[in-house]
Design a protein around this ligand. Structure first.
Ligand SMILES: NC(=O)c1ccc[n+]([C@@H]2O[C@H](COP(=O)([O-])OP(=O)(O)OC[C@H]3O[C@@H](n4cnc5c(N)ncnc54)[C@H](O)[C@@H]3O)[C@@H](O)[C@H]2O)c1
Ligand SMILES: O=C(O)C(=O)C[C@@H](O)[C@H](O)[C@H](O)COP(=O)(O)O
Ligand SMILES: [Zn+2]
Length: 362
């Protein structure tokens, strides 16, 4: 097992990474709790991970509760958030209770936001079960979607621990492996050229990616994220680099209807677009074409672009949280590993997006 410590303003917490950690969850709690609420989703429950977590936590408390939301992005919304608050109130959770977020990024963001707001904030731990959640479980961004835009309601609330059981990712579907892998690639693009090159050389199909290559990439990705969020917890500066590919990615997710395309797949398209804009704004020399060919080989659904209109996408991009004074700001790359945040003129963005969409559909 590997352990990383992350310094956050609400206190340092550990990220534990290794096989079968869900069976010994109680070992990783920072202290004891009278009441524990596990929040998970229907798919994770069906796979037996909820039962495993319950068995592991039973010795901690005789007041162990669980709540299962419907699997998928659509659950990351206000009325499910309200149901969770109601369940917590009805079962007498208090400021000394713990919430356990058992699942992918949807459960992590929603359960984290429930913990952040219940009685103005209680403890929670992240128990990620997807590749994507190597990203979402770290750094304390919690929240839910609004019909008008992704994650527009939320808060920063650091977990008390992250317990990443790598054995759980073996049951992920191909589409979810692809989604999560996009955030791994993002970490390489923004911070580690060697990691990116290694992934582009060694990963030709996501079904048979070598477990050692994947686990090393997940560990590196978490280290990159940890380093950035320690420096800038509340996204006043460098944390926005973690948003590479998300300006268009989030617009695609909202515009196509939450859940129609996975977060990571939308981010992959967003990263491709950001690379293209980086070429024209910052003369990035990294090959857009090689990256596009690689994404196609890994079966990222670039063709979803044919169902989307430019103007509504641009309107969504205008609601991005990175924007300032009504101007769209995107994370671009000067080189691989050298991101910057740039204000992009709206008319030029329209032109770039139009030619990108046309070219991607060819
Ligand atoms: N807070 C952050 O910093 C941050 C970072 C990145 C992404 N996110 C958010 O994370 C969400 C995406 O996360 P996600 O991709 O994990 O989605 P998800 O939580 O919806 O999980 C994807 C699917 O995989 C299933 N699943 C979970 N674990 C499984 C397992 N071990 N085996 C088989 N199936 C499993 C789930 O039931 C779901 O159907 C988005 O809402 C995104 O905005 C947040
Ligand atoms: O942790 C961050 O900061 C990120 O930007 C990581 C992203 O991968 C993640 O999707 C995050 O939820 C996006 O945040 P948002 O503030 O753009 O909603
Ligand atoms: Zn993301």
């Amino acid at each position: 097992m590997k352990t990383l410590q992350i310094n956050a303003s609400q206190g340092a917490y550990n990220v534990y990474i290794g096989p079968d950690l869900r069976f010994e969850l109680s070992k990783y709690l920072p202290k004891s709790y009278d009441k524990i609420l596990i929040i998970t989703d229907s798919q994770v429950e069906q796979l037996g991970y909820l039962k495993d977590a319950e068995e592991a936590l039973q010795m901690e408390t005789d007041q162990l509760y669980s709540y299962t939301i419907a699997a998928g992005e659509k659950s990351k919304q206000l009325n499910v958030f309200e149901q969770l608050q109601t369940y917590a109130i009805q079962n007498g959770l208090d400021r000394h209770s713990l919430i356990v977020a058992l699942g992918g990024g949807v459960v992590g963001d929603l359960a984290g936001f429930t913990a952040a707001t219940f009685m103005r904030g209680i403890d929670y731990i992240q128990v990620p079960t997807t590749i994507l959640a190597h990203d979402s479980s770290v750094g304390g961004k919690t929240g839910i979607n609004h019909p008008l835009g992704k994650n527009l309601i939320g808060s920063f609330h650091a977990p008390k621990a992250v317990v990443y059981d790598l054995s759980t990712i073996r049951t992920l579907s191909a589409v979810e492996r692809r989604s999560g892998f996009a955030e791994v690639v993002k970490h390489g693009l923004i911070a580690d050229k060697r990691m990116l090159n290694q992934l582009m050389d060694e990963v030709q199909a996501l079904e048979n990616i070598h477990p050692i290559v994947l686990e090393e990439a997940l560990y590196n990705g978490i280290k990159i994220k940890a380093h950035i969020v320690e420096e800038d917890e509340q996204e006043k500066g460098v944390r926005s680099y973690l948003n590479f590919g998300h300006t268009l990615g989030h617009a695609i997710e909202a515009e196509s209807g939450y859940g129609a395309i996975t977060h990571g797949e939308a981010v992959a398209i967003g990263m491709l677009f950001a690379l293209r804009v980086s070429q024209s704004y910052l003369s990035l020399s990294f090959s857009y074409q090689n990256f596009k060919t690689w994404l196609e080989q890994l079966q990222y659904p670039l063709d979803i672009c044919k169902d989307l209109q430019i103007s509504p996408l641009l309107d969504r991009m205008k609601l991005d949280k990175k924007n300032q004074k009504g101007q769209i700001r995107m994370v671009l790359l000067k080189e691989v590993g050298k991101p910057l945040i740039c204000t992009i003129d709206e008319h030029r963005l329209f032109t770039e997006l139009t030619s990108f969409m046309n070219e991607v559909m060819e």
